[in-house]
Design a binder for this molecule. Structure first.
Ligand SMILES: [Zn+2]
Length: 241
């Protein structure tokens, strides 16, 4: 017949496994959520730059049209000037050609700067889209792995919960509550072995008098240093482990 402490030790094995698996599921979910968030942010950034690139392309087309119009007009004025005989009209036509030259030069300068801006924005967009594609591939790949892993973990968790319910019925309820409290406060370790008079939970030597008491009977004794439930196996068992 197993003692209450031995039953607790068994319960702890199940609880530790459940804790690790639940944590694994939570971490997987957190990682998936973080990836999803990164993709969303990258998408927003890419959309913004894509709009910027489109805006710059429209501006470039507009400037190119203005340049073509000015050049056509200038060609026309230059042809006409050869037919002008009147000095006043000639002066006006020359003035008009000078203004067109100025405009052409201004538009060309602006065009160069817009094209440079466009190139920079396009390069940024390529970078963002490459990263977006990488993130999406990672997410899709992991999603497939995770689905399989989560299904396996869910089945194991269910099995272990059933095993836990069985075990819990064999443990005194006050003791169980005490155990659960220590388990949650002491990082998932509530029952620890004492070997050669040393608590395996905190590595402190337990006073000899207390150690004798633990060896004599099986009532619940807490480690004076880490407050965990001490569990002792007889020498033969202790040596074989
Ligand atoms: Zn201890």
């Amino acid at each position: 017949m197993a003692t209450q402490i031995e039953l607790l030790a068994d319960l702890q094995i199940v609880d530790q496994s459940l804790r690790a698996k639940t944590l694994e599921v939570a971490e997987g979910e957190a990682r998936a959520a973080a990836l999803e968030e990164a993709i969303r942010a990258q998408n927003t950034a890419a959309t913004k730059v894509r709009e910027e690139v489109a805006g710059l392309a429209a501006k470039q087309r507009d400037l190119e049209a203005r340049l073509t119009a000015a050049e056509t007009k200038m060609k026309d004025r230059r042809m006409r000037i050869t037919r002008i005989r009147n000095d006043k009209e000639l002066g006006l036509a020359k003035r008009e050609i000078d203004l067109l030259k100025e405009e052409t030069s201004t538009v060309e300068t602006e065009l160069v700067s817009i094209m440079e801006e466009g190139e920079t924005a396009s390069a940024r967009l390529t970078g963002l889209e490459t990263e977006l594609a990488r993130l999406t591939t990672t997410r899709d790949g992991e999603a497939a792995d995770q689905r399989e892993k989560f299904a396996r973990l869910a089945a194991e968790i269910e099995r272990e919960r059933a095993r836990r319910s069985e075990l819990v019925q064999t443990v005194d309820s006050d003791l169980r509550r005490k155990y659960e409290l220590i388990f949650s406060r002491r990082g998932g370790v509530a029952v620890v072995e004492i070997r050669g008079g040393i608590c395996q939970g905190c590595r402190m030597r337990v006073p000899p008098q207390l150690f004798n008491e633990i060896q004599r009977n099986q009532h619940v004794i807490l480690c004076p240093s880490c407050q965990r439930i001490l569990f002792w196996r007889s020498e033969g068992e202790e040596a074989s482990r």
